[in-house]
Design a protein around this ligand. Structure first.
Ligand SMILES: NC(=O)c1ccc[n+]([C@@H]2O[C@H](COP(=O)([O-])OP(=O)(O)OC[C@H]3O[C@@H](n4cnc5c(N)ncnc54)[C@H](OP(=O)(O)O)[C@@H]3O)[C@@H](O)[C@H]2O)c1
Length: 286
């Protein structure tokens, strides 16, 4: 398969490029400089010229708190930008796999969210990502939308690396224990996205690490696996207010049958990430 990856300079984009190359695919990696997804004409021209079989769109505005004050700019990338990539893919007759998020859900449920559950984002970032889902679905390309969550991996800022860094600097960390989600290693997600791009399944897919955790549990496990002596204490969201309210519960599950995306447990992902950090492979994960 000939694959274009947009947002290839990001954490997930880099992992998707590495996974696709490892699987023997031809990859055209486009970072923001090579293709700004807010430029509709550039998306169309670049994709028509590249003649890919598929596109994986990893380009996004990912500053969740910043989106609260700059929603128009976030939506230009996550909403209209995603639509531009999908429209370009449609003209190029390529399939598109678009990456979305658990933040499209309200996050106040108690049962895991499946693909057909009602969306209702509570943040500007979530609204911008939902706009992207709508735009991709409307663009006329053969498409799959993969919602993922709580990403960590090589080549990008993420919660696990922040905890490991702080754990090396401090004796004690306090981490919120009342938000529950699905930590997901890019080393597990990226090959699944490549498989989705190569396959023919359509519609919305939930694609997050197996199991569930709170940020406290994720931090404690990461520091324990790293052999850190830093103590991790639990705290509450109320004690750590953020500009964008985080969902209390955003566990993702799937109602899809045989074509569901099933990723390994997040603890396995953590072990993979730590091994990756200790001896990175050239070109990144996997
Ligand atoms: N990280 C998470 O926990 C998480 C959770 C759920 C879903 N997701 C989704 O997963 C996907 C990948 O996220 P990530 O964690 O890999 O984020 P990331 O590391 O921030 O990567 C996003 C990439 O998009 C690029 N970008 C921004 N604006 C662009 C534009 N106008 N045109 C082209 N590229 C642009 C960024 O470039 P610059 O760095 O130059 O701005 C960056 O390289 C996103 O769709 C995100 O919404 C992430």
């Amino acid at each position: 398969m000939r694959l274009v990856v947009t947002g290839a300079g990001g954490m997930l984009g880099g992992a998707v490029c590495a996974a696709a190359r490892a699987a023997g695919h031809e990859v055209l990696a486009l970072d923001r400089v090579a293709l700004d997804v807010t430029d509709a004409a550039a998306c169309r021209e670049r994709l028509v010229a590249a003649r890919p079989d598929a596109v994986v769109n990893c380009a996004a505005w990912t500053d969740v708190d910043g989106a609260e004050t700059e929603e128009a700019q976030a939506t230009a990338v996550n909403g209209a930008g995603a639509g531009n990539v999908a429209a370009g893919a449609a003209v190029a007759r390529a399939r598109i796999v678009h990456v979305s998020t658990d933040y499209v859900f309200p996050g106040d449920g108690r049962d895991p969210y499946v693909e057909s559950d009602a969306v209702g984002p509570r943040t500007a970032y979530g609204r911008s990502k939902l706009a992207g889902e709508v735009a991709v679905a409307a663009a006329g390309a053969d498409h799959a939308i993969a919602r993922t969550a709580w990403l960590f991996g090589a080549g990008g800022a993420n919660f696990v690396d922040t905890m490991l860094r702080l754990g090396a600097e401090r004796d004690e960390l306090r981490v919120v224990d009342d938000q529950i989600g699905c930590p997901t290693w890019t080393g597990h997600l990226a090959p699944a996205l490549v498989a989705l791009a190569a396959g023919g399944a359509r519609g919305v897919f939930h694609a997050a690490g197996g199991g569930r955790a709170t940020w406290f549990e994720l931090a404690r496990e990461a520091l324990s696996l790293a052999g850190s002596h830093c103590r991790v204490e639990s705290t509450t969201t109320a004690e750590f207010p953020r500009p964008a309210a985080r969902p209390a519960f955003s566990v993702l599950a799937s109602e899809r049958g045989a074509d569901a995306v099933c990723l390994p447990d997040w603890r396995e992902g953590l072990r993979g990430h730590l091994a990756d950090i200790r001896s990175p492979t050239p070109g990144g994960t996997p």
